[in-house]
Design a protein around this ligand. Structure first.
Ligand SMILES: [Zn+2]
Length: 502
């Protein structure tokens, strides 16, 4: 026994044995521990944020609310960590934290797509008001799939399509069925195996609706209103350009979609003058170099004409199926030449690293390119050198937690890779990607997930919110105004929430 004790003494330098040294030695240990804690915190993405007195009060209150929520779910034996977003959604909606987050100003939504902005129930009810709206109610074929919506002129309706309104009137169950066909949910953690195939079918079903000019105007107006309601003041859309049309005029030039969006903004500004919009010209990763070359030319032409509306360029689609970013090297090297030719810059906002595989090396490219922000960046944590570069280059990762779970990249949200990025000082913001396809609107759900599962404090929340404006593609003047507005909203939120939470 004594022998064993002597071994401990020699290993530990005997501080435990001699009472006299005990106080100072233990305290040196604790000092080192504290130092280590501090040094780790100093590396985190939110290290530069200093909270006001009121924010510190709020932080304590939110911490308590979260703690209480967790102990209640534990007492009720709710499996918070092994459930999908959809399983716990009613729990989220009934929680005090959700109410707090709904009232929190979100700044900007930096990552969302033109096909996924507003809720599916609204899409169905808005579309059925048009007599010329039809739905395909036959089995999938090469051209159309079951539940696909489209507008047609009378007498030119393809076989298999029936009037949407009539179909909904004669078959009351069809509305629910159609809602399910337009949303992708991971009801349970093992709902699908081919997430992307199911995901793309959702887009196909509404693709033919969006370019119909009267519907287009309604759709974006509703989308922007939804965001404003959820306290989002700025949005950047990965935008797939296509020619709008109606049956009186036929097709309109490409730029009509931009001028129409500007008109919608004017309407929005009557009640919400702070709301801003930027479009990121988006094409597809599965196209070849020549097609992307053409797409880039079009993007430059559009940006030259609408420099305040178009901010940059992106390539979308399943990274496992399309070309990697490296494949487009020729296109990227031409960017400088195009900058000169058109007199405008075209920064990239590429989706990269939306993958669990270290064989997908798209994040290596974004560190080499003029790529301001990265869509998803989930596998960035497997490339430490690149992660360090991204941090030093001050590029932001757009994180969409619910999207990542629905598409099968993350199951237990506590293990989301963004936590590694945040603690390593990589800047991030919170986005919703395709909320309509996932069956919700706004940003509050994604913030709820981040707050609860990633143990965020007010400091981190504030940094994420302000990042979404500071890393936006607003120009300097717009950004200044946006930050001023956000500061006012934020302080108001802190004050009111402090009053509400006892
Ligand atoms: Zn996306």
């Amino acid at each position: 026994m004594m022998k064993k004790y002597l071994i401990y003494i020699s290993l530990l330098g005997a501080p435990l044995f001699w009472g006299q040294n005990k106080v100072t030695e233990t305290s040196a240990y604790q000092q080192n521990w504290k130092l280590s804690e501090k040094e780790n915190a100093a590396m985190a993405f939110d290290a530069d944020i200093k909270l006001s007195e009121a924010e510190m009060v709020l932080d304590k209150k939110i911490f308590q609310v979260r703690k209480q929520f967790l102990s209640e779910t534990e007492a009720k034996k709710i499996s918070l960590y092994n459930s999908s977003f959809y399983e716990i959604r009613p729990l989220i909606e009934g929680s005090k934290l959700y109410e707090v987050l709904q009232n929190m100003p979100k700044g900007g939504l930096l990552h969302t797509h033109s096909g996924g902005i507003t809720e599916v129930q609204w899409i169905i009810s808005a579309a059925r008001k048009y007599n010329e709206c039809y739905v395909y109610d036959q089995k999938d074929n090469d051209q159309f799939i079951f539940g696909q919506l489209a507008f047609f002129e009378k007498g030119k309706v393809p076989n298999g399509f029936v009037s949407l309104d009539k179909k909904l009137n004669t078959n009351p169950d069809f509305e629910k069925q159609l809602q399910d066909l337009l949303t992708l949910k991971r009801d349970h953690l093992c709902s699908y195996t081919d997430y992307w195939i199911e995901f793309e079918k959702r887009f196909k079903r509404i693709n033919l609706l969006l370019p119909y000019r009267p519907f287009f105007k309604e759709y974006y107006l509703k989308g922007f209103q939804d965001l404003i309601k959820d306290k989002v003041q700025h949005v950047e859309i990965r935008y797939i350009f296509e020619e709008l049309y109606d049956f009186q005029h036929g097709k309109y030039p490409l730029k009509t979609s931009i001028t129409d969006l500007q008109d919608i903004l004017k309407e929005i500004h009557q009640s919400d003058p702070q709301f801003t919009l930027k479009l990121i010209y988006s094409s597809f990763k599965f196209l070849d170099n020549e097609s992307i070359g053409k797409q880039l030319e079009t993007a430059f032409e559009m940006k030259k004409e609408f420099p305040d509306m178009i901010s940059g360029f992106d390539l979308v689609a399943d990274e496992a199926a399309g070309h990697n970013i490296n494949f487009f090297e020729k296109n990227w090297t031409k960017l400088n030449e195009l900058n000169k030719k058109y007199g405008v810059e075209m920064p990239l906002f590429l989706h990269a690293g939306e993958s669990n595989s270290a064989l997908n090396k798209n994040v290596l490219d974004v560190a080499l390119l003029n790529n301001k922000r990265i869509g998803h960046g989930l596998n960035l944590i497997y490339f430490p050198k690149t992660m360090e570069q991204i941090r030093k280059q001050n590029k932001l990762v757009e994180v969409s937690p619910i999207s990542n779970q629905v598409l099968g990249y993350v199951s237990d949200m506590r293990n989301h890779p963004a936590r590694v990025l945040l603690s390593n000082g990589v800047q991030c913001s919170i986005s919703s990607d395709d909320p309509s396809v996932y069956g919700y609107t706004g940003l509050s759900y994604d913030f709820w997930v981040a707050l609860v599962y990633w143990e965020l404090d007010v400091k981190a929340l504030k940094k994420l919110v302000f990042n979404s404006i500071n890393y936006s593609s607003l120009n300097e003047n717009e950004k200044k105004k946006a930050v001023t507005y956000l500061n006012l909203q934020w302080n108001d939120f802190v004050q009111k929430t402090n009053q509400k939470l006892n």
